[in-house]
Design a protein around this ligand. Structure first.
Ligand code: PRP
Ligand code: ZN
Ligand code: MG
Length: 210
């Protein structure tokens, strides 16, 4: 059988747990070192190690058949993919955060302010839903340092343990979206025999963890 391709994060919050899940499914492969593609020795699957932000589009375009990625990234890219399975790890919340000494009390207090984020699409929708006009400054990383640099009044970024916020003198202000890792597939792939087999294995691994 020709193999399918699954895209996972090459480094970052979801990498380790994604690899662990696939290994617990009995798949034998080398984790990412320098090669961005790894063949599974005992299952018709190849693993692509990518930046998480790129995974939804790779799956939508069919470059990868499957992907493991955070819901936050899927929502931001607005892609048309299938949710095959919620994976129960990588839980986090996209939050607006403000400097510890800030006096903002309500979402409305963000009116006319500047908010730095890597999630402009999700943030725009949240602000519109709350009828707040604010300037969105899109930056691709290290968002947490922008209030200290005078670049923004607030940020909107992923909070998991809260450690990054604390070490940058920021406090959570409003929850925008909660997220966890999801197994996604390109349209129509759900009926593929390899996908069915992999899903069955994933579901028994998840069940054993309950
Ligand atoms: C998020 C966020 C922070 C960190 C917060 O990054 O941008 O850097 O996690 O985690 P903490 O609350 O536990 O300190 P993410 O893992 O989504 O990676 P990326 O921004 O590099 O894609
Ligand atoms: Zn990312
Ligand atoms: Mg980050």
């Amino acid at each position: 059988m020709p193999s399918l391709k699954i895209a996972i994060q090459k480094s970052g919050r979801l990498n380790e747990k994604s690899v662990e899940l696939l290994k617990n499914c009995g798949l034998s492969f080398e984790n990412y070192k320098s090669s961005l593609i790894s063949s599974v020795a005992n299952f018709p699957l190849e693993i692509l190690f990518l930046r998480d932000d790129d995974i939804p589009e790779y799956v939508q375009d069919g470059i990868a058949d499957l992907g493991i990625v955070g819901e936050n990234v899927i929502n931001e890219t607005g892609v048309d993919v299938h949710y095959l399975q919620r994976l129960g790890f990588g839980k986090c919340t996209l939050k607006i955060a403000v400097p510890n000494d800030s006096v903002f009390a309500h979402v409305k207090d963000l009116e006319g302010k500047a908010i730095a984020t890597s999630y402009p699409v999700i943030l725009k929708k949240f602000l519109d839903d709350n009828q707040v006009n604010a300037t969105i400054r899109t930056i691709s990383g290290s968002v947490e340092i922008s209030p200290g640099l005078g670049l923004s009044d607030a940020i909107c970024d992923i909070v998991s343990t809260g450690g990054t916020l604390r070490s940058n003198g920021l406090k959570p202000f409003a929850d925008v979206l909660s997220s966890e890792a999801i197994l996604i597939g390109k349209n129509g792939i759900g009926n593929h025999a390899i996908v069915k087999e992999l899903l069955q294995r994933i579901q028994s691994v998840l069940k054993a963890k309950e």
